[in-house]
Design a protein around this ligand. Structure first.
Ligand code: UDP
Length: 311
């Protein structure tokens, strides 16, 4: 199968490229390199089944493929807030362009949505039928409202044109090939701990997140791609290892053996208080079963960042 991956040079995209190439598929990697990195895909360039196309999905494109996975959007808070109108365009124009390409070719699209569609949730853990608690006008809205609208657009393409769609809601994921300066908590804490700097805990550090190792998320995406039952989702993909940011900082300090301490900084606007995926649907329909425990996943991620920093 020839799979077009938008955002293929990003953290999740490049890990998906690798898995699909190893399974013998052809991969067309589309990226504008805003947050994607050439370092993430350089190892695939000698593979005849891999092709890199520099393109911005907020502009129309037409590329032959058998399947599209849409991952193209800056996803970390500092990057998506850096140019919020562009983030909106990536979400809205981007999904229109992806869907028009797919409509012409009559091919399926798997779109990666996000746990951010639940906003700061009052239902915990979050099942897919929880409609969320989201602010339309905050600094976070360009991302979470953009992602919500993209889901709507996908389901309208299905209603209007009968298209084959799959919508996955990705929860916090970490692992090798994350950007070192991404601004996310996992990369920040690990890099700070390895450099012996204080770990920057935002707010009182009692907010929670649940962390999924990248190989488990990729398993979920592949299971969803291969699912032929007509199941559209939306379906949560992630893991249930839920931590307060204080406890997470302590875990990173202990696993790195660092002498770093914590320092407390201001909480970003509308930062969700809690987050944990209800995985009942993913388990029942896709047979999804995340397996990598948090210590094991963090150790692999720590050694990745250790190599990057030394380089
Ligand atoms: N966070 C933190 N220190 C950091 C970066 C993030 O305490 O250096 C907090 C942030 O306020 C949020 C949580 O960690 O409550 C997860 O942040 P991240 O940006 O990784 O993901 P998201 O907020 O998108 O879930």
């Amino acid at each position: 199968m020839r799979v077009l991956i938008t955002g293929g040079a990003g953290f999740i995209g490049s890990n998906l490229c690798e898995r699909l190439l190893n399974a013998g598929h052809e991969v067309l990697c589309v990226d504008n390199f805003y947050t994607g990195s050439k370092n993430n895909i350089i190892e695939f360039l000698g593979n005849n089944n891999f092709e890199m196309i520099r393109r911005d999905i907020s502009e129309p494109f037409f590329i032959y493929a058998d399947f599209i996975v849409n991952l193209a959007c800056p996803a970390s808070v500092p990057y998506y807030q850096n140019d919020p109108l562009k983030t909106m365009k990536d979400n809205i124009y981007g999904i229109f362009n992806v869907m028009e390409n797919a409509r012409r070719l009559k091919i399926p699209v798997l779109h990666t949505s996000t746990s951010e569609v639940y906003g700061s949730p009052s239902v915990h853990p979050q099942p897919e039928n929880y409609n969320g608690n989201v602010n339309t006008i905050s600094a976070r809205s360009c991302y979470n409202e953009g992602k919500r609208a993209a889901e709507t657009i996908m389901f309208d393409y299905r209603r209007q044109y009968g298209m084959d769609i799959k919508v996955a809601r990705v929860f916090n994921t970490y692992g090798p090939k994350m950007l070192e300066n991404d601004g996310r908590v996992v990369s920040n804490f690990i890099v700070q701990a390895l450099k012996g700097e204080d770990l920057t805990v935002y707010g009182d550090g009692k907010q929670t997140r649940s962390f999924c190792y990248i190989s488990d998320l990729i398993d979920g995406i592949i299971l969803f791609m291969e699912n032929k039952s007509g199941f559209t989702g939306p379906v949560n993909l992630g893991n249930n290892y839920e931590f307060t940011m204080i406890d997470f900082a302590k875990l990173v300090i202990s696993l790195t053996g660092s002498k770093s301490k914590m320092k407390f900084l201001e909480l970003p606007e509308d930062d969700p208080v809690q987050r944990n995926p209800d995985l009942t649907l993913a388990k029942r329909v896709l047979g999804y079963n995340p397996r990598v425990n948090i210590e094991e996943g963090l150790k692999k991620t720590i050694s990745y960042f250790d190599r990057i920093i030394k380089r």
